[in-house]
Design a protein around this ligand. Sequence first.
Ligand code: ADP
Length: 244
Amino acid sequence: MIKLSHVDKRYAEHHALVDVSVEFPEHQTTVILGPSGAGKSTLLRSLNLLERPQKGTMQLDDLTIDFSSDLTSKTILTARRKTAMVFQSWNLFPHLTVLQNITEGPRYVLKQPVDQANQRAHALLRQVDLDDTADRYPRQLSGGQQQRISICRALAMNPSYLLFDEPTSALDPELEAQVLRVLQRLAHEQHSMIVVTHNMEFARRVADRLIFVEDGRIEFNGSSDDFFNHPTERIKEFLAAMKF
Ligand code: ADP
């Protein structure tokens, strides 16, 4: 479980997270929703220390992090190994093949033997129907394919938590659906996932838990059923604004 307690993050001009306390359970998919600028990405990025809140604590399984004190590089490394982030724009290394992109972390960080890393990469690629791309370079692939490969790369590190920051917002609808189907399968396999998205259908169908963030505060934290079927006035407004 990841547990944030009284987490506060300020940028120079902006109070991005205001006394946030929230838990992300294991083996569940938590979807983070909210208007643009609400603090969703800051919240997600704080979980693997890409952003550093100034106050509060994070319990990440057996690791405790106090944001008000300096973090050692060992702590940062441990936190990063427990979490893997998939970004909005696929960020594969352009000079490496698909296989090399996926095996880079397992080989050089986890010190897996090359055969083992390759075998696992092929197995992951087969799961997203992309094994035939193993020897290609990212530029030879569509955005949706690259994003599915980014997901394989994250999975290859065997993280405890998969973090997704608007993983489909740069994709055409058809490619988006391919990526969302992969996420849905991972959710059914009970990976521990935290997903920032604007895709309401995905949130409704896949989320075990929903968090609604606004002005740096958690305004809703509960089941998907409660969020969509018993919304507060503010959530009703938000849901209406998301419709065409
Ligand atoms: P969301 O993901 O919900 O769109 P963000 O977490 O990206 O929101 O941003 C929350 C607020 O913090 C926004 O007002 C944004 O402009 C501000 N912000 C985000 N990153 C930075 C930064 N690096 N420097 C200054 N302000 C930032």
